[in-house]
Design a protein around this ligand. Structure first.
Ligand code: HEM
Length: 324
């Protein structure tokens, strides 16, 4: 490289500090027990809430898809903040914020002012998957917390359960994730719950001749009983009817059996000619291939434009920008 090229490269790095790398040992000296603190609080919460691990995993996803993994999702409404919690994909849906607060206060007692809320979501996601029977991975750390939220961004960037495959792939590619990441991360729907309103349009008058034809007929009957046509939209269904609280590869067998709960799930297997079909088939037959890919795709998702270095801040309360 010429001196000029070295200078240009250095300038580029300076101008794009968000490309700075996260690292596995970021808190090794400043908060060595951070992962075990997170795990302990989640384990405690699991005693009374078998769904909490699923809810926490989803929070990291909804954080990362909106301006990167920067804790923006966690900010409450205030004079200067229009909370992402009020966006359509989150309102009356995302949960676990109180557990994030408990994790944050436990960490603040051991290592005040050190660990970002964005990193708590990343560690919480990994601990949640492990505690539910899924794979482990090395969580990369060093994210900092945003000073702003982006409710409009949450409305446009987070995929909808009614999105066809082309919209799902374009929302993933907008954040640098590919089709394999899409199929792999959708496997998170192996646990947790969903409200009737997120899938009931598939059950009635979906086509001129009736329900979505890609729903297995006995599964359709079960879902229609749970979610009658003029019933409450907030009744909960298990995302994975076979093993509702376990992180395993049954999600993919469900898709092969036409038991995907959301249109966006079933699309991965039922879209004619789609490249996603062979990935579903391979994960359905091979849990360790799914687990390996899931670990990698979570790292990929966790790398979406973090704030690093001197950008952003370490919030002392995940719900508020410091000093506000
Ligand atoms: C591919 C596009 C995706 C769509 C359209 C989607 C949509 C949804 C919807 C509508 C719900 C139910 C919300 C409710 O009823 O209140 C849900 C739940 C859930 N999602 Fe997704 N999701 C997607 C991808 C992901 C990803 C990438 C992850 C994590 C890696 C994830 C993890 C979860 C979990 C764990 C739940 C259950 C949460 C709970 O029980 O509290 N989802 N998703």
């Amino acid at each position: 490289m010429t001196a000029m090229a070295v200078f240009a490269a250095a300038l580029l790095l300076l101008l794009h500090p968000s490309n700075a790398q996260l690292s596995a040992n970021f808190y090794a000296t400043t908060c060595p027990n951070v992962s075990s603190i997170v795990q302990t609080v989640i384990q405690q919460a699991l005693q009374s809430d078998p769904r909490i691990t699923a809810s926490l995993l989803r929070l990291h996803f909804h954080d990362c898809f909106v301006d990167g993994c920067d804790g923006s999702l966690l900010l409450d409404n205030s004079a200067n903040i229009t909370s992402e919690k009020g966006a359509a994909p989150n309102v009356n849906s995302t949960r676990g914020f109180d557990v994030v607060d408990s994790i944050k206060s436990a960490i603040e007692s051991s290592c005040p002012g050190t660990v970002s809320c964005a990193d708590i979501l990343a560690i919480g996601a990994q601990a949640s998957v492990v505690l539910s029977g899924g794979p482990s991975w090395t969580v990369l750390l060093g994210r900092r917390d945003s000073l702003t939220a982006n409710q409009a961004g949450a409305n446009t960037s987070i995929p909808s359960p009614f999105d066809p495959l082309a919209n799902l792939t374009s929302k993933f590619s907008a954040v640098g994730l590919d089709t394999t990441d899409l199929v792999t991360l959708s496997g998170a729907h192996t646990f947790g719950r969903a409200q009737c309103r997120t899938f009931s349009p598939r059950l009635y008058n979906f086509t001129s001749s009736g329900p979505d034809p890609t729903i297995n007929s006995s599964y359709l009957t079960t879902l229609q009983q749970l979610c009658p046509q003029n019933g409450s939209g907030t009744v909960l269904a298990n995302l994975d009817p076979s093993t509702p609280n376990t992180f395993d590869n049954n999600y993919y067998a469900n898709l092969q059996n036409n038991q995907g709960l959301f249109l966006s799930d079933q699309e991965l297997f039922s879209t004619t000619g789609a490249t996603t079909i062979s990935i579903v088939n391979s994960f359905s037959g091979n849990q360790s291939a799914f687990f390996q890919n899931f670990a990698q795709s979570m790292i990929n998702m966790g790398n979406i434009s973090p704030l690093t270095g001197t950008n952003g801040e370490i919030r002392s309360n995940c719900r508020k920008v410091n000093g506000s």
